[in-house]
Design a protein around this ligand. Sequence first.
Ligand code: UDP
Ligand code: MG
Length: 327
Amino acid sequence: MNRTQPHLTIVIPCYNEQEVLNETIDQLTLVLHQLTLEKLLAPSSKLLFVDDGSIDNTWKIIARSSTKNKYVTGLRLARNVGHQTALLAGLERAQKDCDCAISIDADLQDDISVIRDFVEKYQDGYEVVYGVRHSRKTDTYFKRTTAQSFYKLMGKLGINLVYNHADYRLMSCRVLKQLSKYREVNLFLRGIVPMIGFRSTEVLYDRKERYAGETKYPLKKMLSFAFNGLTSFSVAPIRFITMIGFTLFFLSGIAGTYAIIQKLFGVTDAGWTSLMISIWFIGGLQLMGIGIIGEYIGRVFMETKKRPKYAIDVDLYTNKDPLSYLK
Ligand code: UDP
Ligand code: MG
């Protein structure tokens, strides 16, 4: 592993990013070029674009620029598998020949000038460098508060997350090798990377607005991402249901005793309302419990099948004629 002049691969998952991609390629090329000139990076360093089954011209842009730009290479996945899995595909490919890899989004929201700091930290001997946001002022109020509560909840459950860190980070080849041993289908990278350990540090940066195009993370995807993170690291939701179950059992015992005593003293209530309410209440609770348990069983089911997470359609590392794939 080369610490002084490492071979860096920057992994960039892209899904329908034709509006920003040319700009992203230009800006990242400049950064790589500058750092190789200063001998901070090996000249073989690469920009690895992972096309996550885009339906616009994303792949065309990647393939074309790979013929002109020596830094650019790419993978095209056989279909859209989502940001986390696309990123993983890139990292697994990068791990074969790099000393370290940086993951970054395609939309230039993350400040690329700190790539230099990432590399310097790596040279100082750190294995993981987390890009951490100074502030979340470019986010909507809603996203800020929901993100905050998510971090709090995960923290309470004892899950180690780096605050205000998305997937902008550097990982050394040792960490990447370890990462590739985690074979779970639902890989929540932000939770797994701190779990792997090794010497790590943080670099602060400001996150900007998207350069162009639209977010590919609408509310529904964001919620499912958070839920995924929670349930793949903790069985606390199941425990929560069990606790409620126990509490209700205990309370119903007290209520039952009270009713029997009332009966013995000849006082009876005609309690339709309370009866209905408790039936709905218990029924709802049971369904909720079954739902949560079902979610976990579903996960076990998915994991036991050991399906491959993605398929690579085109690999520009090995492909001699990238343009042959453009129709
Ligand atoms: N992305 C992807 N596959 C998807 C959705 C998104 O590879 O199914 C990529 C997208 O192209 C971008 C990154 O993941 O490079 C983050 O997406 P986005 O910027 O839309 O998310 P946000 O910054 O709004 O959370
Ligand atoms: Mg973005």
